[in-house]
Design a protein around this ligand. Sequence first.
Ligand code: ZN
Length: 375
Amino acid sequence: MEETPIKFELLHVDKYTGARRGRIITKRGIIETPVFMPVGTNATVKGLTKSNLEEINSEIILANAFHLYLRPGLEVLDHFNGLHNFMNWERPILTDSGGFQVFSLPNTKLTDEKVIFKSPLDGSKIELTPEKSLDIQKVIDSDIAMVLDVCVNSKSNYDTVKDSVIKTFNWALRSKEYHNHKTQALFGIVQGGLYKDLRELSLSQITSLDFDGYALGGLAVGEKYQESEKILNSFGNRLPENKPRYIMGIGSPTMMFLSVENGMDMFDCVLPTRMGRHGTALTFEGKINLKSSNVKYDEKPIDEQCDCYTCRNHSRGYIHHLFKKDEILGKVLLSIHNLRFNIFLIEKMRTAIENDDFKYLKEEFFNNSTYSLTN
Ligand SMILES: [Zn+2]
């Protein structure tokens, strides 16, 4: 059998939904799926140490090729023999290609061959090609690399989205041809925005290429819940069954339930840490604002079900005080909790899938919390 950089085992599919329980085997460790990946944009998951990440059971983290290319730059990463060694993280890392960040910048110019943009650091002109993105991800030495795709926002018209689908496929072909890092997996990305026929086209094009995994891109870019629901219902379970399926940029409890239900395996989102830095806690009751004076005298942990360091050691009232005084520890403690909450929720989903109970877990979760099923 040919050696592949990763192996995917599909362990069980829930009897009543499309939810899947699986396992990705990499040389740097096993990733149980479904999995939530904390985002480590600048070679750090904001506020968390390596031991914090291990303690919340983060099996993989996501890093950002575009940001790391700008700072610390490839010379430094190369000098340190890649990102794992640089940040002292031994478990798997997935890198995004930089496409999403580059297309979010103002005045980005797109041609058939490449995307040209101004460096947000010094305004200098930078060109990114599918090949260059893979070169960057090779120096980073991530375990899973993503192809460079053309990202559009949810308001884009049909012709713009169609053009992005065509370019995304050409760039996927070039990436597949060029990728030469034998121990690194490469995932393809399906685009097509909210247009079903373009999603259909992109799905057939991208899955005609033998990638190690497949992602749905172009969701969580400002569209309504119902719009993502339609795309996930139609396409989630049509991605190849024997490969990991990744939906990029989602991480709210509602979107994770929707995605898992439709057969997706991997998720990433800055939401838990961003909310954590702004004083909002994710709990099994719903979101709680820890800056509010309602919790000033509250002796309870953030979430009584949660097993994280923060919930084992501190009260809501104490964290409220830290936020009032703008103490750095408040942000750290809440980031630890929010990430653990997402991972804990995913762990519950895994058990539920194994027992064909996913529907019941979803019902219970929404009945007992203030999260809404539609956003
Ligand atoms: Zn907690």
